[in-house]
Design a protein around this ligand. Structure first.
Ligand code: NAD
Ligand code: UDP
Length: 345
């Protein structure tokens, strides 16, 4: 059977959306998460969307003996590894926490996988591994570099995965480099629920729109871009989730693939100002903003070449910026306090 999948970090933002698409595609999943950055309510809502219960293990990827027990209990075909810490600013303040969680945690997981001969692996990497890109759109063979501990932890794991695949051709590793995931499931039941004040643009916009935050600060309007604001490749989280299903389908049908990095983006750049205006127009809700200085470490433009994902996985993004704004707003307006909001009916 090639359908039992371990999903680490499956209660989080991208993981929860991916669980839905995996179940819809007929995969049988076990979710492993320590709930350090998520609420179990997200998984309950996923269960209500798919109409079935999901096996859940509350555990840490740093806990080798629990992982060992899990692999002894279940016979997995593959692991999708979302579990990790992701806040760039926090990683600068707490580098040891980030390296331990993201690098040591992944090493633990890989060791247990090796022990049980489970060698199909899908890793949550990031466009951050491209640093300040020399050419656009960014292709998978572009040079890699990082400037903060979060990015370094992703890049380090990619190097480890490359070495592992090189050492043992029976490993099959897909490293999915996400561009900028935004949006929410169309039900409005699940979405992104940051713990503190959001660092990322879309949750900041939606929290201003719902009245939780006063106004958006746009970091820089003097970049060499269409309107001076930063350009990113925003991708709907449901499209991203389907990219994982496509990667698993690929693993089901191909072996001895080594280490395969694949961009998950739309291939289209959108400026910060364009996104803000798209949000206002598609929701009818105002988002007051002001221009402030550039944020240190930000690059002017970053968008994917989506050609390799299309060629190899036959996957491409379907949803556009208006879908992303509409679905974000549906989630945010129905759950103004995220998963701690009153039960959603
Ligand atoms: P998230 O924080 O919502 O989800 C991560 C999940 O992992 C959470 O449920 C958290 O509780 C869990 N987790 C963290 N450390 C763990 C540990 N030691 N053991 C077990 N569980 C642990 O983040 P997300 O946005 O869903 O991101 C998922 C993955 O994708 C992360 O690895 C992240 O770095 C990567 N990624 C995210 C983005 C983005 O913009 N959201 C972009 C590129 C890459
Ligand atoms: N951004 C902004 N205000 C915010 C958050 C982000 O102007 O409050 C800009 C940021 O400078 C960048 C873009 O929005 O140009 C995307 O930022 P985000 O942090 O969401 O993603 P990343 O920088 O990791 O691509």
């Amino acid at each position: 059977m090639k359908n039992k999948i371990l999903v680490t970090g499956g209660v989080g933002y991208i993981g929860s959306h991916t669980c839905i698409e995996l179940i819809n595609a007929g995969f049988d999943i076990v979710v492993y998460d320590n709930l350090s950055n998520s609420s179990i309510e997200a998984l309950h809502r996923v269960e209500s969307i798919v109409g079935q219960s999901i096996e859940f293990i509350e555990g840490d990827i740093l806990d080798y003996s629990l992982l060992d027990h899990v692999f002894k209990t279940y016979e997995f075909f593959a692991v999708i590894h979302f579990a990790g810490l992701k806040a760039v600013g926090e990683s600068v303040a707490k580098p040891l926490l980030y390296y331990k969680n993201n690098v040591t945690g992944t090493l633990n997981l890989l060791e247990v996988m090796q022990r049980y001969s489970v060698k199909n692996f899908v890793f949550s990497s990031s466009a951050t591994v491209y640093g300040d890109p020399e050419t656009l759109p960014i292709v998978e063979t572009a040079p890699r570099s990082c400037t903060n501990p979060y990015g370094q932890s992703k890049l380090t794991v990619e190097y480890i995965l490359e070495d592992l695949a090189q050492s043992d051709p029976t490993w099959n590793i897909v490293s999915l480099r996400y561009f900028n995931p935004v949006g929410a499931h169309k039900s409005g039941l699940i979405g992104e629920d940051p713990n503190d004040i959001p660092n990322n643009l879309m949750p900041y916009i939606s929290q201003v729109a719902v009245g939780k935050l006063k106004q958006l600060s746009i970091f820089g309007n003097d970049y060499d871009t269409v309107d001076g604001t930063g350009v990113r490749d925003f991708i709907h989280v449901v499209d991203l989730a389907n990219g994982h299903v496509a990667a698993l389908d690929y693993l089901v049908n191909h072996q001895a693939i080594g280490f395969l990095p694949i961009n998950l983006g739309t291939g289209k750049g959108t400026s910060v100002l364009e996104l803000v205006h798209a949000f206002i127009e598609s929701t009818g809700v105002d988002v007051p903003y002001q221009f402030v200085d550039r944020r240190p470490g930000d690059v002017a433009s970053c968008y994917a070449s989506a050609a390799f994902a299309k060629e190899l996985l036959n996957w491409s993004a379907d949803l556009n910026i208006v879908d992303m704004c509409r679905d974000t707003w549906q989630w945010q307006s129905k759950n103004p306090k995220g998963y701690t909001s009153e039960s959603f009916s």
